[in-house]
Ligand binder design. Structure first.
Ligand code: NAG
Ligand code: NAG
Length: 317
C-alpha cells in the first residue's frame, strides 16, 4: 500500500508547492476608512485593487456602517462609537472568508477603531494591524475643512466647538469620542464615551482589552511626516503633547506603557510594535508607499520584511 501511494503523494506535494498552499497565502485584508470617506470611494477601492494586484484573488473587505455611501459617510461624523464597533464586530464575525483570521489597515480614525475591534471583540482574530495617521492618544483640537454644503461635517464641527463633554455630544459626535486634551484630563476621564475606556485609562482596567491586544502578531503605527490635520500629529505614535511647553511624552514613557495597561509594553519588548513614518501630509500617500507597506506587512506568512522607505525609486506598480 505504502509503496503504491508514494508517487502520487509526492506529485501532489509538488503541485501544492507550485500552486500556493494555504499556509503560503496572504491573509484577507480588512480596511477601515477615515472621517468623511466611504467604504466604496474611489480611494478605498484603489487600495483594495492595489492589494489584489499584489495578491490576486485574496479577499478584501472595506468596513461599512451602512450600505449606502452617504449613510456610511455620515456615520464617520455622527454616531455612538461603541454601537458602531458592535455592529462591525457582528459583520466581521459573519464573513466566512475571515474565519481563519485577517490583517487590517486603518486610515486615520479607522485605525484606532480597528484597535478597538481587537480589544473588544477580535473574533475573527486580527493578526497584523497597520494604522496610518490614527489618533491612538486622541486629538486636542478638531481640524476639518468642511466642504460648502457638507452639513454633516459642519454640524459635527459646531457641536465640537461647544460642550464636547456633554452626554449628548459624547454619544453622538464621533470625533468627540476620541477627544483628549491633556489640559482637561479629568473631564476626559469622567466623560469620554470611548477613548478613555479602550485606552484603559480609568481606575478599573479591562483585562480582556489587554489580553486581546497582546495577541496581535504585529502592530504598526505610521505617522505622516507633515501631518497638519491631526493635532497633535504625534498621537499617531500614541504620544502625548503638552501644547504649551511643546514637550512630547512618547508612548514608552507613559503609564499606559510602563504599567502595561494594554499589553503594548509586551508587544514592544517582543518586537511586535513598530513606530514608522511615511512622507507627506495627512492621508496624502506618495506613490509606491502603500505598495511597499503591503509587501512588507501583508505578504504570505514567513516573508516579513522591514520598513525602510527610500523614496520613489522603488518599482512602480
Ligand atoms: C471588558 O471588555 C469586554 C469586551 O468588550 C467586556 O465583555 C467586559 O464586560 C468588560 N469588562 C469590564 C469589567 O468592563
Ligand atoms: C504643560 O506645560 C506647562 C508649561 O510648562 C505647564 O504649566 C502645564 O502644567 C503642563 N500641562 C500638563 C498637562 O502637564
Amino acid at each position: 500500500m505504502r509503496f503504491v501511494t508514494t508517487f502520487p503523494l509526492l506529485l501532489s506535494l509538488l503541485l501544492l508547492t507550485h500552486g500556493a498552499p494555504s499556509s503560503e497565502k496572504p491573509l484577507p485584508l480588512v480596511i477601515w476608512h477615515g472621517l468623511g470617506d466611504t467604504y466604496d470611494s474611489e480611494g478605498i477601492q484603489s487600495v483594495g485593487d492595489l492589494f489584489n494586484v499584489l495578491y490576486p484573488s485574496t479577499f478584501v473587505y472595506p468596513i461599512r456602517l451602512a450600505s449606502s455611501s452617504s449613510s456610511d459617510r455620515s456615520a464617520t461624523f455622527l454616531g455612538d462609537v461603541n454601537a458602531q464597533l458592535e455592529a462591525v464586530c457582528a459583520d466581521l464575525a459573519e464573513l466566512p472568508e475571515l474565519a481563519e483570521g485577517f490583517n487590517a489597515v486603518g486610515f486615520s480614525q479607522g485605525g484606532q477603531f480597528l484597535r478597538g475591534y481587537v480589544e473588544r471583540c477580535n473574533n475573527p482574530p486580527l493578526k497584523t494591524l497597520v494604522t496610518f495617521g490614527s489618533q491612538h492618544n486622541g486629538i486636542a483640537e478638531f481640524i476639518a475643512r468642511c466642504e460648502p454644503g457638507d452639513w454633516v461635517c459642519a454640524g459635527a464641527r459646531s457641536l465640537l466647538k461647544g460642550s464636547k463633554w456633554s452626554a449628548l455630544v459624547q454619544s453622538r459626535v464621533v470625533p468627540a469620542q476620541y477627544f483628549r486634551d491633556p489640559e482637561q484630563i479629568d473631564e476626559y476621564l469622567e466623560h469620554s464615551n470611548w477613548l478613555a475606556d479602550v485606552n484603559n485609562e480609568r481606575e478599573e482596567k479591562n483585562k480582556t482589552y489587554k489580553s486581546n491586544l497582546e495577541t496581535l502578531e504585529r502592530f504598526v503605527m505610521f505617522m505622516f511626516a507633515d501631518d497638519e490635520t491631526v493635532v497633535p500629529m504625534e498621537t499617531s505614535w500614541w504620544a502625548e503633547v503638552n501644547r504649551t511647553s511643546g514637550v512630547v511624552t512618547p508612548l514608552r514613557e507613559s503609564r499606559i506603557y510602563t504599567e502595561d495597561w494594554l499589553g503594548l509594553r509586551k508587544l514592544d519588548l517582543q518586537g511586535r510594535l513598530e513606530f514608522e513614518t511615511v512622507p507627506g501630509k495627512h492621508m496624502r500617500f506618495e506613490e509606491g508607499v502603500l505598495k511597499r507597506v503591503f509587501e512588507i506587512y501583508f505578504g504570505p506568512k514567513g516573508k516579513k520584511g522591514e520598513w525602510h522607505w527610500r523614496g520613489k525609486q522603488s518599482e512602480e506598480l
